[in-house]
Write a protein that binds this ligand. Structure first.
Ligand code: GRG
Length: 305
C-alpha cells in the first residue's frame, strides 16, 4: 500500500521508503541481539522470536528513530532504544493475549505465543523480552544531556503501574461497564499513548535533545498515541480479522468501552483527526526537521491495520 501524507508535502513514496528501511534496521538489530533459537533454553528463545518477528508494524521503533533524526541525532545511536520499545510492546502483546487477559488466538497474523508454546512459556517469553529491553537501554552510551540511567528510568516509568501495566488493569476492570469519556481517555493514555510518547522521547534523548525539544515531542507522542488508539478502536469494528492479523470485533465481544462505542464512528474519526492536528502543532518548533514525524502521524490516521 502506498501511503499518502494528508497534511505534509512529503511524498508518500518517501514515507514508504523511510518505513521500510527503518523497520529493516530495527529487525536486523533485534535479530543480532536476541539469542538464536539454538541457544538454551531453546523453547524460550523460539517463543520470544515467534512473537517478535511475526510481522508487527514497528511503529514505536520507527517513531523513536524519526524523533532522534528530528533532533539532529543518528539512527545508529537510537537503534538500541528503538529495539527496546519494540521488546516492551511485544511483551505486552504476549501477556495481553493470554487466556487470563484478552484470550486471543491470533496476533500479527499468526497463532499467539501461548497457543504455540503454552501459557507458562508465553508468560516467561514476555518477561524475558521485558528484561531484554532494559538490558538494551542500560547498555547505551548515553550523553551529557541524557545518561543511560535517565533512559532506563524513562522506559521503566512508561512500562510500569502508572502507565502501560496500570492502563491494562484499568482496561480489565472496565470490561462490561459503561465508561465515561474521561475514564476511556485515561485508559488509552496509559495503555497506549505513554509508550508511544516514550518511544519518541527515547529517540530524542539518544540525540541529546534539549528540554524544549523533549517537551514538544512529549506532546506530539501523547497526542499521536491517543489518535493511534482511537483509530485502533475504529479498525476493530470496521476491518476483518484477516486484514488486522488479530480477532476483529473483540472489543465489543468482551464488553470493552471504545471510542466508537462512546462517541460513534463519525465523531471518533473527527477526534482522531483533531488529535493528529494537535500532534502536528506540537512539531512546529522543528520546522522542516519534523517532516518525517508529521508524515508518520498522517500515516497512523489512514492506516488500514
Ligand atoms: C502489560 C499485559 C500488559 C498489557 C499492557 C499494550 C497493552 C496493555 C496490551 C496490548 C493489546 C492492546 C490492544 C493494546 C493497545 C495498544 C495497541 C493498539 C496495540 C497494538 O499495536 P500495533 O497495532 O501492533 O502497533 P503491531 O502488531 O503492529 O506491533
Amino acid at each position: 500500500m502506498t501511503l499518502v501524507s494528508t497534511a505534509t508535502s512529503l511524498p508518500g513514496q518517501m514515507l514508504d521508503e523511510y518505513l521500510a528501511t527503518a523497520r529493516a534496521a530495527v529487525d536486523r538489530w533485534l535479530d543480532q541481539r536476541l539469542p538464536t533459537e539454538q541457544v538454551a533454553p531453546a523453547t524460550l528463545h523460539r517463543a520470544m522470536r515467534h512473537s517478535l518477528f511475526a510481522g508487527g508494524k514497528r511503529l514505536r521503533p520507527v517513531l523513536c528513530l524519526a524523533a532522534a533524526e528530528a533532533c539532529g541525532g543518528s539512527r545508529e545511536d537510537a537503534l538500541p532504544a528503538a529495539a527496546a520499545v519494540e521488546c516492551i510492546h511485544t511483551f505486552s502483546l504476549i501477556h495481553d493475549d493470554l487466556p487470563c487477559m484478552d484470550d486471543d488466538d491470533f496476533r500479527r497474523g499468526v497463532p499467539t505465543c501461548h497457543k504455540v508454546f503454552g501459557d507458562a512459556v508465553a508468560v516467561l517469553a514476555g518477561d524475558a523480552l521485558q528484561a531484554l529491553a532494559f538490558e538494551m537501554v542500560a547498555a547505551m552510551p548515553g550523553n551529557a544531556a541524557c545518561p543511560a540511567a535517565a533512559m532506563v528510568h524513562e522506559l521503566a516509568q512508561a512500562s510500569g503501574s502508572l502507565h502501560l501495566i496500570g492502563g491494562q488493569v484499568l482496561d480489565l476492570e472496565g470490561e462490561g461497564r459503561d465508561l465515561s469519556a474521561p475514564e476511556l481517555q485515561a485508559i488509552h493514555e496509559r495503555k497506549t499513548a505513554a509508550l508511544l510518547a516514550t518511544s519518541v522521547r527515547l529517540g530524542a534523548m539518544s540525540a541529546a535533545a534539549g528540554d524544549q525539544q523533549l517537551a514538544a515531542l512529549t506532546r506530539f507522542g501523547r497526542t499521536v498515541g491517543l489518535a493511534f488508539q482511537v483509530i485502533d478502536d475504529i479498525l476493530d469494528v470496521t476491518q476483518s480479522s484477516e486484514t488486522l492479523g488479530k480477532s476483529a470485533g473483540k472489543d465489543q465481544a468482551v464488553g470493552k468501552a471504545t471510542y466508537p462505542q462512546v462517541f460513534g464512528l463519525e465523531r471518533s474519526r473527527e477526534i482522531a483527526h483533531q488529535l493528529t492536528d494537535e500532534a502536528h502543532a506540537a512539531l512546529e518548533p522543528f520546522g522542516g526537521d519534523g517532516a518525517m514525524l508529521r508524515a508518520i502521524g498522517d500515516y497512523l490516521l489512514v492506516r488500514e491495520y
